[in-house]
Design a protein around this ligand. Structure first.
Ligand code: HEC
Ligand code: HEC
Length: 440
């Protein structure tokens, strides 16, 4: 069997189970399971008492926004994860440019940080005990972890990556970052929170700085405002228009878009509003993107779970080409879509889903002999991993696409209801019910 993770019926079962156990998933989330060790959790009382915003988090916010922490002096976390763009990219670049002179291009599109950070489950994948089990219990796709390839299990580990990545903030070592922290306008505050001697050990100072970024990402309600029209609709405070409702039906229908089977839109058992992702990994066969410089090398492929960035599961060839399902909250505000940033309008992203198989020539380049190379962003021997069993990815060339132009208009209208800012952000932010451990 070629596509092990994507059996049609199994996915729906998995999804149903997930929707029901959203709370349980949250309970196993990265933040809960692997949070930084407790620090001085002194709470400032300026926000609602029920939501303590710690000094550590406040410091983390300063670090997150500080361009002086990069080699260029001009790039902070917020440069790529723009607070004004749902913590996603502020522009339509397939991948951002970083490094000491801001001229080195990354290889992946910037994902949004909104909503997912405190509800991302830890990386898990089924370790089959026998070949029989692997063949019969083959429908548990890997899930969880941070980044498109799930390679980080905590936000403090993740935050180290951009600080040192040559295409991003490009610091050489811990000493360089800590020297910048010592010169920062908030250095005194850093000492207040972590102790006068904090800068003595470079490694400890760096670790605490990353823990502070993590606290900020987990505590600041700005990362999860729940102010979209769809949230208001779920709470009975708004109605969807006829077009939005029709779009939702197309999005949900297992025989049509089938989108909700991966981009879950049902509230969890505890009433938690949905995040439009199941945090699972899939290979969709997004076309190769010539905008990425790395792709000038015809032998270069971004194979997601099996590298080149992630290395620990690289020898599982069934994982090649799989990327994590992103949230669709605020997706209509993005100018770049999919892991390689191949599409720049939501309409094209949706057209790709419904026409990938019915009209491959529209999406994939031709080889020297004029043949359309379907799934051209994976080497030929790995193309079997690409999902061809979940609707709407099952059709044959020449068949009618699952959606016509009007259907796509309506789904876009529905997806726009996921943009934040429909309701005013509450003065005393109310987070959804806290995740409780539900028995399984
Ligand atoms: C040059 C642009 C850039 C900068 C600067 C940057 N990031 Fe990112 N961020 C990305 C990209 C691209 C990814 C996806 C990486 C991947 O899949 O390998 C990402 C992924 C993430 C994720 C994972 C999100 C998820 O849902 O899995 C988090 C969290 C994150 N970044 C936080 C940060 C923090 C904190 C900083 C500052 C220390 C930072 N980023 C700086 C581009 C950037
Ligand atoms: C089998 C699971 C699955 C199904 C079904 C599915 N998606 Fe996705 N979706 C994914 C994955 C995985 C990605 C990321 C793939 C990549 O970048 O290579 C993604 C990415 C996207 C993106 C890009 C978001 C971004 O931030 O870059 C959009 C938009 C999207 N899906 C919409 C839809 C719509 C609309 C449907 C229904 C027609 C749908 N998806 C069906 C798994 C799925």
């Amino acid at each position: 069997m070629t596509v092990l993770f994507a059996s049609h019926t199994a996915r729906r079962a998995v999804t149903a189970a997930l929707a029901v156990t959203a709370a349980a998933v949250a309970a196993f989330s990265v933040s809960g399971a692997d949070a930084a060790q407790p620090l001085t959790v002194a709470t400032t009382k300026q926000s609602a008492p029920s939501i303590p915003y710690s000094d550590v988090a406040a410091l983390g916010k300063l670090i997150f926004n500080d361009p002086a922490l990069s080699a260029s002096g001009r790039m902070s976390c917020a440069s790529c994860h723009s607070p004004a763009h749902a913590y996603g990219p502020p522009n339509g670049l397939a991948a951002q440019f970083g490094g000491p002179d801001l001229r080195s291009q990354g290889t992946r599109a910037v994902p949004t940080l909104a909503y997912v950070l405190n509800r991302t489950p830890v990386w898990t994948h089924v370790q089959a005990a026998s070949i029989y089990e692997r063949l019969t219990d083959a429908d548990s796709p890997p899930s969880g972890g941070f980044a498109w390839d799930g390679r980080f299990n905590s936000l403090h580990d993740q935050a180290l990556f951009p600080l040192f990545n040559a295409n991003e903030m490009a610091n050489r070592d811990a000493g360089e970052v800590v020297a910048k922290l010592e010169r920062a306008p908030y250095a005194a505050r850093f000492k207040q929170v972590f102790g006068e001697t904090i800068f003595v050990s470079k490694d400890t100072a760096l670790r605490q700085a990353m823990a502070a970024v993590e606290r900020y990402e987990l505590e600041d309600p700005g990362f999860r405002p729940y102010t979209s029209k769809f949230d208001a609709y779920l709470d009975g405070r708004a109605q969807l228009t006829a077009n939005e409702m029709r779009g939702k039906k197309l999005f949900d229908d297992p025989n049509s878009g089938n989108c909700a089977s991966c981009h879950i839109d049902q509230p969890g058992a505890n009433g938690a509003h949905p995040l439009f992702t199941d945090f699972q990994f899939e290979a969709l066969g997004v076309p190769r993107n010539p905008e990425l410089r790395a792709n000038r090398d015809p032998k270069y492929y971004d194979e997601g779970l099996c590298g080149p960035i992630r290395t620990d599961v690289a020898n599982n060839r069934l994982y090649c080409g799989l990327f994590k399902t992103p949230t669709l909250r605020n997706v209509a505000t993005r100018q770049v879509f999919f892991h390689n940033g191949r599409f720049h309008t939501l309409r094209d992203a949706l057209r790709f889903y419904v026409e990938r198989d019915t009209n491959p020539a529209k999406w994939y380049a031709k080889d020297a002999r004029g043949q359309v190379v379907k799934f051209d962003d994976l080497p030929p021997e790995l193309r079997a991993n690409i999902d061809t069993v979940d609707e709407p990815l099952t059709r044959k060339a020449g068949e009618r696409p699952a959606w016509n132009a009007r259907d796509i208009d309506d789904v876009i209208a529905f997806l726009k209801t996921l943009n934040d800012g429909y309701l005013p952000a509450p003065a005393n932010p109310v987070t959804p019910p806290p995740a409780t451990l539900t028995k399984r």
